[in-house]
Write a protein that binds this ligand. Sequence first.
Ligand code: ATP
Ligand code: MG
Length: 402
Amino acid sequence: MGPKFESTFGSAFAIIEEIERKGGEAFIVGGSVRDYLSGSEVGDIDIATSEPPKRIQEIFEKVIPVGIEHGTVLVRYDGESYEVTTYRTEKGYQDYRHPDEVTFVKDIKEDLARRDFTMNAIAMDRHGEIVDPYKGRQAIEKKEINAVGNPTERFQEDPLRMMRAVRFASQLNFSIESRTKLSILEQVDLLSYVSIERIAEETIKLYKGKGFKLGLKLITDLGLKPYLPQLNKIDLIRTIPYVSLQTWPEVIAYYTSAYSEAGVKEWVKEWKLSNRSKRNTEALLNGLQEYERNSKLTQWLLYNLPSYLYPSFSRLIRACINIDDHLLQKMEEEKFHLPIQARNDLAFQAKDLLLLYPDLKKGPWISETMEKVEYAVVTSEIPNEFEKIKEWVSKWNPPANS
Ligand code: ATP
Ligand code: MG
């Protein structure tokens, strides 16, 4: 076990050691073990333990009870968060949403049995020893997604797993093992029982994945498309983006700009996304329109697009148009050189305008004029200097009613 191993899992091992010292048992489980074994970058680290949540709350100082009824707490340690979940089995899933019953168990192997795919059902102790009853390592080597146990039963327990299979295929560039695949084909309609929020989470991870082209092909081939609002009306193969998209606003802006009859409002509503997502999508689309109108980045675009959306915007452009230049870097540099960064930076403000026309009644002409000033300064038509702006304003626009 090299330094990479230590730097990746160091604090998680300290948590495990602490649990062991108090007489319990704990393992690293799930995605981080899979990603470590396949040589990919490790994301969030999940820990499974024999100890009930109450006990974990006693052992550690900072514990947030995020899902205590199914045995999960968040342990804050060394500035990081770790999900610590008590070994459990799940029974029921009558409503295809939540298991009817969560039972805490004492054996890690029982906990691994409830997990979706063999590659996700591997546990690792703090010495790097592996517990792998379902041959998950072999599946990882074959780059294969394999249901734990009987796939038909596993998808009936929780049909979301069908979407998860496809999103993992995209994320890892793995194929879906044939029995598992067949069983998705056979009972894909169960997906209609799953909440849209859960489907949305897997869908966006699919778009983010390096294998998103494979993922979108699988969505189509396995018949999952009807369960994805609005996307179900689009040919997902003929409209494949040039690069992967990372957020919902990017995905929605991508499709609504060219391939979707529906507007942003419908997409956001049907996918139950937030108002913030809606606003961000609209801002991206405004930027995209401005870009397409001018066939390039303009100062006005860079000025109006909130800079936190620059990374999204550059991905969106690269997804739509096959350009491989350093768009984001260019955007940031050019933003830095804009004459002003915000309306407050204008050397001539609304109050100055009022002084210029002291006899005029207040009205919409103020903001209209200020918008023109703003546009002219941002686009370098006039310099951001008080006298120059004043002169410009008096010349071209004595307000109509003066
Ligand atoms: P990611 O890299 O996206 O975080 P992950 O494998 O960690 O991938 P999570 O959704 O974070 O995926 O779930 C953590 C683990 O919990 C999984 O690896 C799997 O063992 C188990 N799991 C999660 N959701 C399900 C599910 N619906 N059915 C069965 N097991 C699940
Ligand atoms: Mg995870």
